[in-house]
Write a protein that binds this ligand. Structure first.
Ligand code: CAA
Length: 260
């Protein structure tokens, strides 16, 4: 597939995807989302790739779903096509670790897309928000569900109800648990790639299990989640990488994981 709205660069074992619709502040048009979905699925199934990084420009990670494209759509159009579903779920379905590196605006669907990633590294200029209310709609790609889980009800409710008037800065996003770290804008991509590079050195099947287990915490109750974690933990003992990881510790050397 030829990409017109995203750029993909492979650096060592890291797939760096850059949203690239600068004239529309990376508004997430169906065409862009179709390319992104294809790209994430391709990298996810490529055995040479260990981690994905998703980023935008210095002005905008993404300013939301494409309003100009949505403007002419009716209820029947969006209901029958299940708008914001098929191509929007690839990131949350990705089994490999995927990091969002966010500078500038991450609004509406842009904020929701970043939250679908495993963690968010924010540049100092990052601004998060759910301004759908100003357009006479509500968030449609998980904003009302993921945001309260990350920042708590009060802040999420304020952001969803006040829209453009309640954006969240990078510093507040870190304080509130929405982003894992704030980095200077200049160093953001470098640091995201460095972090992804460290992840790539680890065992892929074990990373997948760890990721799946953390995601479960947001899907089931604590008792079920801990039971799920325990079973996955047990299953790690069937892997060669567990033998290698523990042997390397005892022998005081770096592990050499084989993804087996
Ligand atoms: N869709 C389509 N085009 C968009 C866009 C969007 N979400 N966001 C920005 N653009 C376009 C603008 O229309 C403008 O295009 P023109 O030059 O052709 O006029 C261009 O990008 C630059 O934008 P601005 O001139 O507005 O730039 P600014 O610096 O003055 O403002 C901004 C930046 C505050 C992000 C402003 O662009 C803005 O508010 N954008 C819309 C944000 C928004 O409401 N997002 C939610 C969308 S709905 C959604 O996402 C639903 C969902 O949950 C999935």
């Amino acid at each position: 597939m030829e990409y017109k709205n995203i750029k993909v660069v492979i650096k060592d074992s890291v797939g760096l995807i850059t949203l690239n619709r600068p004239k529309a502040l990376n508004a997430l048009s169906p065409e862009l989302m179709s390319e992104l979905s294809h790209c994430v699925e391709t990298l996810d199934s490529d055995s040479k790739i260990g981690c994905l990084v998703l980023t935008g420009s210095s002005k905008a990670f993404a300013a939301g779903a494409d309003i100009k494209e949505m403007r002419g759509k009716s209820y029947m159009d969006v209901y029958k096509s299940d708008f914001i579903t098929k191509d929007w779920e690839a990131v949350s379905r990705c089994r490999k670790p995927i990091i969002a590196a966010v500078a500038g605006y991450a609004l509406g669907g842009g904020c929701e897309l970043a939250m679908m990633c495993d963690f968010i590294l924010a540049g100092e200029s990052a601004k998060f928000g759910q301004p759908e209310i100003n357009l006479g709609v509500i968030p449609g790609a998980g904003g009302t569900q993921r945001l309260p889980r990350f920042v708590g009800k009060s802040k999420a409710m304020e952001m969803v109800l006040l829209g453009q008037d309640r954006l969240m800065s990078a510093t507040e996003a870190e304080r509130s648990g929405l982003v894992s770290r704030v980095i200077s804008d200049e160093k953001l991509i470098e640091e995201a790639l460095r972090t992804a590079g460290k992840i790539c050195k680890l065992s892929m099947p074990i990373l997948m299990m760890a990721k799946e287990s953390v995601k479960r915490a947001y899907e089931v109750n604590m008792v079920e989640g801990v039971r799920f974690e325990r079973r996955l933990f047990h299953s790690t003992f069937s892997t060669q990488d567990k033998e290698e990881g523990m042997a390397a510790f005892v022998e005081k050397r770096p592990p050499n994981f084989k993804d087996k």
